[in-house]
Write a new protein. Structure first.
Length: 507
């Protein structure tokens, strides 16, 4: 199998698993919203960015560094050396994450008091904090397999975790929501706890079956950790900045809405509609872009290390083109049918209006995710930091100045996200263009335009069929996406053929 086939197959495996995981997650989100409403979702989603920030601090970018350097270590020193590196990395991660967990438990009242307007987030946060060592260990093992360019363990792990979260989350929230929203969010946090524990148990068993040594604990070595941290720390700073910006947004958005005249309950509900409903639908196409980004890191790194400039440019072009191929139809469908989806599935029309505004930037969001994986593979983690900081700052300042603007109303906040996505994608792609020299095929844009016009006509003609019928909405969405790609195949699109070829090979 050629390197190119390996790269696409890895992305395909992750994508198929992600589709299943996101489908379960979507159904899970629908059920949870119906049980506890957007206010309950808003409470939980406010605290989640702070938990992610803590997780990023504990991992310090080591998992991504492991995926990047595993191929190099195996080539030079063999598999046992790679397993020793994993064991030393896990030991380091457990020590760091345990210390961070203790600090957060001790200072949690102070953090909540200064960062949040709603103190109902505290119980869920305390449950999530004790998860840090478990999640850090699991992420290291997943990255080890990714470094081997074997994406199956990551895919299976995602499915295991989501099934556990789905079943336990619905059961816990169902039994606890009668006791109030605080207990309902505790059920959500507990479901995450159970899913992460189950995922780690699965990964450990899988690793022990394939490993030569089976070790997962070893004394860290300064030289090795220095190499990993030199790549991981800038990446961690980038992710921390991104998550801190998200945390500030979780604090700022309700405050600005209250200034606009909303009550605390209305502001929290709006945040739940934005993050729990609109973003849930907006992120469905990112299944492919996230899969591409994960698969690209070792693949792009290998081409860059071996100075294969032609292969580097080709893989970059393939990844960006396939991202556009998936993003365009999803953007069109979410714009025209978004309000129907949010009303039928989440019983929230306002979330559909927010989603329509966000779709103007969704293609840039998907391109930003894919381009981030390319930049990581090249090793330009400091560039990712700068582009993330610039775009995030623009988004945050926009929310501050326009979040309570009476002229823009509720459209101001989603428009700030659209601007941020555009800036991030533009900066990333500009750097990648300079470093790799990739070139997009103009005929691809033409084919996407023609297929997109047909899709628009189909959506417009049949909108009356989906306004009050969830079954028709799902069936016609799948049918129209199929027709979109069928038209691309008829027009001779090579990327559609390439994806179809990989699907046949998987079978």
């Amino acid at each position: 199998m050629s390197s190119r086939q390996s790269f696409l197959k890895g992305a395909l495996i992750l994508m198929l698993a992600s589709i299943l995981v996101r489908t379960l997650g979507f159904v899970y989100q629908v059920v949870i919203v119906r049980l506890i409403g957007t206010e309950g979702i808003g409470i939980f989603n406010m605290i989640y960015p702070l938990y992610v920030t803590a997780l990023l601090l504990t991992t310090a970018g080591l998992p991504t560094a492991i995926a990047k350097y595993i191929p190099e270590i195996i080539t030079v020193s063999g598999q046992k050396s790679a397993e020793n590196m994993l064991a030393r990395s896990i030991t380091t991660l457990v020590i760091i994450s345990s210390l961070v967990s203790l600090l957060l438990l001790f200072f949690s009242p102070l953090l909540i008091r200064h960062f949040y307007t709603d103190f109902r987030v505290i119980p869920s946060f305390l449950i999530l904090v004790i998860l840090l060592p478990i999640v850090a260990s699991a992420s290291a093992i997943r990255s080890y397999f990714q470094g081997l360019q074997d994406m199956r363990p990551t895919a299976y792990n995602q499915i295991v975790e989501q099934v556990i979260r789905f079943t336990s989350g619905i059961a816990l929230v169902y039994f606890l929501h009668d006791y109030g929203l605080v207990w309902a969010t505790v059920g959500l946090a507990s479901a995450i706890f159970l899913s992460e524990v189950g995922g780690l148990i699965y990964l450990r068993k899988l690793y022990h079956k394939q490993a030569l040594t089976g070790k997962l604990v070893a004394l860290p070595k300064i030289a090795l950790l220095s190499k990993l941290f030199s790549f991981g720390v800038p990446l961690t700073i980038t992710r921390v900045i991104h998550t801190l910006l998200t945390t500030l947004e979780a604090n700022l958005i309700p405050r600005q809405l209250i200034r606009f005249g909303s009550t605390l309950s209305q502001a929290t509900s709006f945040y739940g509609e934005l993050t729990g409903v609109a973003f849930t639908l907006l992120m469905i196409p990112s299944t492919l872009s996230f899969s591409l980004a994960t698969s690209l890191v070792p693949s792009i790194s290998a081409a860059n290390t071996q100075r294969q400039k032609g292969q580097l440019a080709k893989r970059t072009t393939d990844a960006i083109s396939i991202t556009l191929l998936a993003g365009v139809p999803c953007a069109i469908i979410l714009y025209f049918w978004g309000p129907y989806m949010t009303t039928l599935l989440f019983q929230s029309h306002q979330a559909g209006v927010l989603l329509q505004t966000l779709t103007f930037g969704c293609i840039f969001l998907y391109l930003a995710q894919t381009s981030s994986g390319i930049l990581q593979g090249i090793g330009l983690v400091k560039t990712i930091f700068m582009t993330t900081l610039i775009s995030g700052s623009i988004r945050l300042f926009g929310i501050y100045y326009f979040g309570c603007n009476p002229v823009l109303g509720l459209y101001g906040i989603p428009l700030c996200y659209v601007t941020g996505y555009f800036v991030l994608a533009l900066l990333n792609l500009t750097v990648i263009k300079i470093k790799t020299g990739f070139k997009l095929d103009f005929s691809l844009c033409l084919r996407l335009g023609i297929a997109g016009l047909l899709l628009y006509k189909l959506l417009d003609i049949s909108k009356i069929l989906v306004q009050d019928n969830c079954f028709n909405l799902v069936v016609l969405t799948i049918l129209y996406v199929f027709l979109f790609f069928l038209l691309l195949l008829i027009m001779g699109d090579k990327y559609s053929r390439l994806i179809l070829h990989q699907f046949r090979k998987e079978r």
